[in-house]
Design a binder for this molecule. Structure first.
Ligand SMILES: C[S@@+](CC[C@H](N)C(=O)[O-])C[C@H]1O[C@@H](n2cnc3c(N)ncnc32)[C@H](O)[C@@H]1O
Length: 248
């Protein structure tokens, strides 16, 4: 990408302008760690607390569905909601979600996709994803695998859609998280099918410059960029859709 085009600037401005009246019109309320968070999107995330003691199990509603959360996993939040709201899965797509958490996005994707591979570095997250996929009747489509980034993917596997929503830098102390994102951009091209799409979340407007550099250095183009104003919280989630420059 050679620079921020007027189209990208319009996308952000329109996103913010669209967010404000929507936020006042019908604000979904989120409960994360007891904090109510307002956001302009239509997908709600609601944490409903513990429903089982041994082993501990928690309930979270995401996009109108109930998911079980195991102890030690990371559940969905407004980043996940924004990512899912701006993603498009076509019938028959082969989908990869890197860092699936408890599997919410992969499970929704499995309703349309022909195959979903959901990976996570934490074994408990993989176990939790398998459990939720069975509960939602898509255990035969969601293939949950443990490992670091693309480690669990065979060299010959190809995906039409790849999701990436993993912690990103949000202050000086967390800049080291870029290393993970840089590895993602360096390796993702090997697994993205011709014409494929990457849905990538890395909030904070200040992150845009480095995201553009990583994309450009690896021959990707930012095709869409959507930003939310999340009221009463310190993040500005941003979803990007990227494609290979040679596919455009
Ligand atoms: C914030 S959660 C996101 C979950 C899900 N993608 C979503 O949007 O709701 C990030 C997940 O990425 C996993 N993760 C972190 N580093 C990873 C890595 N190097 N490789 C694979 N997964 C990783 C974490 O264990 C966690 O479950």
């Amino acid at each position: 990408m050679k620079g921020i085009s007027m189209r990208h600037i319009y996308c952000v401005i329109i996103g913010i302008l669209a967010a404000v009246p929507t936020a006042f019109a019908a604000t979904p309320q989120w409960v994360i760690d007891g904090l109510l968070i307002e956001h302009p999107g239509r997908i709600q995330v609601e944490y409903l607390g513990q429903f089982q003691q041994d082993p501990p199990r928690y309930r979270v509603n995401f996009n109108g569905r109930a998911f079980t959360m195991f102890e030690g996993t990371i559940g969905p939040d407004f980043h996940s909601a924004q990512l899912w709201e701006h993603a498009k899965i076509n019938p028959g797509d082969r989908v990869l979600e890197v860092g699936t958490g408890i599997g919410c996005l992969s499970i929704f994707a499995a309703e349309t996709a022909s195959k979903v591979v959901a990976t996570d570095i934490e074994p408990i997250a993989v176990e939790n994803t398998k459990f939720n996929a069975e509960q939602h009747g898509v255990g035969h489509i969601v293939d949950a695998r443990q490992g670091d980034l693309f480690g669990p993917i065979s060299p010959n596997e190809q995906f039409d859609v790849i999701f990436f929503n993993i912690i990103y830098p949000y202050n000086q102390e967390t800049l080291h998280f870029w290393r993970l994102h840089e590895r993602f951009f360096a390796e993702v091209g090997q697994f993205l099918a011709k014409g494929g799409r990457i849905y990538y979340q890395a909030g904070y407007f200040d992150n845009l410059g480095h995201i553009r550099e990583m994309a450009s250095a690896n021959n990707f183009e930012i095709m869409e960029m959507n930003m939310w104003a999340v009221l009463r919280y310190h993040r500005q989630p941003m979803v990007f859709m990227l494609q290979r420059q040679s596919d455009i």
